[in-house]
Design a protein around this ligand. Structure first.
Ligand SMILES: [Zn+2]
Length: 91
């Protein structure tokens, strides 16, 4: 059964998700960085969704979906059914 997929960063097994076939596992997604190496946090704006990125050090809102995980450029966005999903871009 092809109901498995793997984190593109650490290769650990992630829950099968046909909509997000290349999403980053929760432990890698814990430490996203900006291009200048600042820690970021992503969350939904409200219960109905929305996406917001913030710098952890200042709490400042960041107007971008781009982040870096283990040196890979990634795109963070709200997941269709709530929460946040991060996937590599380019490659
Ligand atoms: Zn991972």
């Amino acid at each position: 059964m092809e109901d498995k997929q793997h984190c593109p960063i650490c290769k650990s097994e992630t829950q099968y998700n046909p909509r997000y076939p290349n999403y980053i596992c929760s432990s890698c997604a814990e430490t996203p960085l900006s291009e200048d190496g600042r820690s970021l946090q992503f969350h939904n704006v409200s219960l109905s969704g929305g996406f917001e990125a913030r710098y952890i050090d200042t709490g400042e809102v960041r107007d971008s979906h781009i982040c870096f995980v283990a040196g890979k450029k990634c795109w963070a966005d709200e997941a269709r059914f709530g929460g946040i999903v991060i996937q590599p871009v380019g490659d």
